[in-house]
Design a protein. Structure first.
Length: 336
């Protein structure tokens, strides 16, 4: 029989909190839907839930995973996530997909991409939030991380496609960042965006199996020599390249060992916690920006005058900067 699912408006904040703490997946999913909603009353309810849940101090590790389309991200997450679940961890998989606004397609919209993992009772997979600007998408992901951690998920995998600004956004909200690459380092480096090679804590040459094995080992050496000349994103940590096969499931356990070493080392040096504190500050500023933005554009006077202001800019009868300042001043004068 189909489980009766209450509408989100009928559920109290307290019910959400208690449900999430008990790892009730239905309530967790509904709370994430509140976080992702652009409606004001949902936003406010979601903030109250998050505020209460932030009191719980759960230890978790947040791992970002990136790579160009076809690099094997979903196959890797399927193997790696299942491996972790079998070790007794609780794994949540989230995604940031800034390109979905343009293409309307969304990574992980199709759950069958991680078929094995999605069936595991210890795993929770959430497709990427859509709509809104990149700032909105990253706020939603940050808050979803908090909800998943409160529900007891202690490994958070945040996937992003190697296009757009996704890597930079994800790097900024995780503890460890993993770049999946294909064989043929030279070819790939040419298509890789500037600065990406400086972001990861580990480079994984995927598809190291069958006939591809030799090429993968060669790519690993090439990447290692390139990485040697770049400065690492994480202080006192040397980013290196390893090989893995998501299909044959080789290299998966070694990758987890590397991540555990990283966690131990950065916790010992305090960098782990320092990074999290910096990320909290970024979150604070993002939220402030977003709220100010929302209040501005939702103000009745601004709504009323915006059209006219746009016209004056279009026709050139008034300069952009003057028009902008007039609007902002109008908002400040009438903000109550
Ligand atoms: P994504 O776009 O980065 O999520 O890539 P996918 O996980 O969808 O993988 C792209 C293709 O590569 C699929 O056809 C996979 O079956 C294949 N693939 C992924 N990982 C491996 C691997 O470790 N070995 C081999 N031989 N193929 C792989």
């Amino acid at each position: 029989m189909k489980k009766f699912v209450k509408k989100s408006n009928d559920i109290s904040i307290d019910q959400y909190i208690k449900g999430i703490e008990k790892r009730d997946r239905v309530l967790l999913a509904q709370a994430i839907t509140l976080v992702e909603s652009n409606a004001k009353q949902h936003f406010e309810k979601a903030q109250k839930i998050i505020e209460a849940l932030l009191q719980n101090k759960n230890s978790s590790i947040r791992i970002g995973i990136t790579g160009v389309p076809g690099a094997g991200k979903s196959t890797f997450i399927d193997s790696f996530g299942t491996y972790l679940c079998e070790q007794g961890y609780y794994v949540a998989v989230l995604a940031i997909d800034p390109s979905s606004q343009v293409s309307k397609g969304s990574i992980m919209g199709d759950k069958t991409r991680m078929e094995r993992l999605s069936r595991h009772p210890n795993a929770y997979i959430r497709p990427s939030p859509s709509g809104g600007n990149l700032g909105g998408v990253s706020r939603k992901t940050r808050e979803t991380i908090i909800l998943c951690e409160a529900a007891g998920y202690n490994i958070i995998l945040v996937e992003t496609m190697g296009v757009g600004q996704g890597e930079f956004v994800v790097r900024e909200m995780v503890d460890f960042f993993l770049l999946l690459v294909l064989t043929g380092a030279g070819d790939e480096l040419q298509t890789m965006k500037k600065g990406i090679m400086e972001l990861p804590d580990l480079v994984v040459v995927n598809k190291a199996d069958g006939e591809n094995m030799m090429k993968a080992n060669k790519a690993k050496s090439e990447y290692n020599s390139i990485l040697h000349f770049l400065s690492s994103y994480t202080k006192d940590w040397e980013t290196r390249a390893v090989t893995a096969s998501s299909i044959e499931e080789t290299g998966i356990a070694d990758i987890w060992e590397i991540i555990k070493t990283f966690e131990k080392q950065t916790k010992k040096s305090n960098l782990f916690y320092k990074r999290r504190t910096e990320q909290q500050l970024n979150w604070l500023h993002d939220l402030v920006k977003q709220e100010v933005y929302r209040h501005f554009y939702e103000h009745p006077l601004i709504k009323d005058k915006l059209n006219l202001a746009e016209q004056t800019v279009k026709t050139g009868s008034k300069h952009v900067s003057r028009t902008a300042l007039e609007l902002v001043n109008l908002f400040i004068e009438h903000k109550h």
